[in-house]
Each structure stands twice: as structure tokens, then as C-alpha cells.
Design a protein around this ligand. Structure first.
Ligand code: HEC
Length: 166
């Protein structure tokens, strides 16, 4: 389990349903997922609802793959300013608006999605958010994805920032 495949247990039901539909129609592209949704057993959209309901009721994985734990405060700052408005302060997403839960998602998957975030959110993001995302440094993207992977974990956010060397 390298964390490149997202946790789906405990994900928002409406979000899962929409995404399965998008994979099936080809609007969201992922070869493995296209093969799955083209399978005769999943071709019926009623089954998407059933799968989404099943997955959303499962217990969220409490120990996702995380990053290096550096600069988590930077990640927290960015998250609070530009992500929490929709994904919620604790990263649980929204049941009604198809905003996915991202708290406790695997770091490698999140890191990839943060890279794509400007595109991923293009229909919903206000322009200042898109430009903030595009202007982010690599180290800030690492910190943001790592912070989100750790969100929802009961451990308090320790400050791993190393003491400044003179
Ligand atoms: C304007 C509301 C909004 C804001 C602000 C926002 N998001 Fe999202 N985000 C969404 C919605 C809605 C989706 C689902 C998009 C879709 O249907 O494909 C999403 C999808 C995602 C996904 C994909 C989740 C998955 O399981 O594939 C990630 C990761 C994500 N957002 C991270 C972020 C981060 C990090 C920020 C801050 C930099 C952010 N979002 C800001 C609304 C928002």
C-alpha cells in the first residue's frame, strides 16, 4: 500500500456517486477506473449508488500514509486560508455539495491532487484561489498535502519545524 490509491471508506456518498458516473462517461480519466466502471456488473447507475452508500458507511482509515512532517504550520496556514471554506476546517467535506472528504487521505494521492488542484477546481474555484494554487512553491505543496493527510488524526499537531540554526 503505497498511498497512491485514495482511501474511499468513509468518503462522502454524493461525491463518490458523482465520480463513478464521471469515470463511466469518460469525463474523469483513469484507465483502471474506466475498466471497472465499464464492467457489466457496475454498468448500471443504481449500482453506483449502492457502492457509494456502502463505501461511505465504512470506517475511515485511521492511519494514512503521511509525508515527512516538515513545515506543517505552513500547510495549516494555506489550508485554513484557501481550502477550509469548502472542505471544512476538519477536512470532512460536505454531504450536500459533493465536496469530498480529504482529511486523512493518503499523502501520495493528495500530493498528486494538489499538483492538479488548479485544474481540478477550475469550475468552482474563484480566480484568486486558482492563481494562489498555481503560484505555490513545491515545498508549500508538500506541506499542504502532508497537513491534510494528518487532519482528523487525534494526535495534536506537534510543531516539527526544526529549530533555526544560527
Ligand atoms: C470552492 C470550494 C472548494 C475550495 C475552496 C477547495 N476545494 Fe477541493 N474540491 C471541491 C470540490 C467540489 C471537489 C470535487 C470536485 C469534483 O467533483 O471533481 C474538490 C476536490 C478536491 C480534491 C480531490 C479529492 C479526491 O478524493 O479525489 C482534493 C485533493 C482537494 N479538493 C483539495 C483541495 C485543497 C488542498 C484546497 C485548498 C488549496 C481545496 N481543495 C479548495 C471544492 C473546493
Amino acid at each position: 500500500m503505497d498511498g497512491s490509491i485514495p482511501n474511499l471508506a468513509g468518503q462522502q456518498k454524493r461525491y463518490l456517486e458523482t465520480q463513478l458516473g464521471l469515470f463511466a462517461s469518460g469525463a474523469r480519466v483513469d484507465t483502471a477506473m474506466q475498466i471497472v466502471t465499464a464492467h457489466p456488473k457496475t454498468a448500471d447507475h443504481a449500482d453506483f449508488s449502492a457502492v457509494a452508500a456502502y463505501l461511505s458507511a465504512l470506517q475511515w482509515n485511521p492511519s494514512p500514509v503521511t509525508g515527512l512532517g516538515e513545515h506543517l504550520r505552513v500547510g495549516q496556514e494555506i489550508y485554513t486560508h484557501i481550502c477550509a471554506a469548502c472542505h471544512d476546517a476538519d477536512g470532512r467535506g460536505q454531504a450536500t455539495n459533493r465536496v469530498p472528504r480529504i482529511a486523512g487521505q493518503h499523502y501520495p494521492y493528495l500530493r498528486r491532487q494538489v499538483e492538479e488542484a488548479a485544474r481540478l477546481h477550475r469550475d468552482l474555484a474563484p480566480p484568486e484561489m486558482s492563481s494562489a494554487l498555481r503560484g505555490m512553491r513545491e515545498s508549500e505543496k508538500d506541506a499542504l498535502a502532508d497537513y491534510v493527510a494528518r487532519l482528523g488524526n487525534s494526535e495534536p499537531l506537534s510543531d516539527p519545524e526544526r529549530p533555526h540554526r544560527p
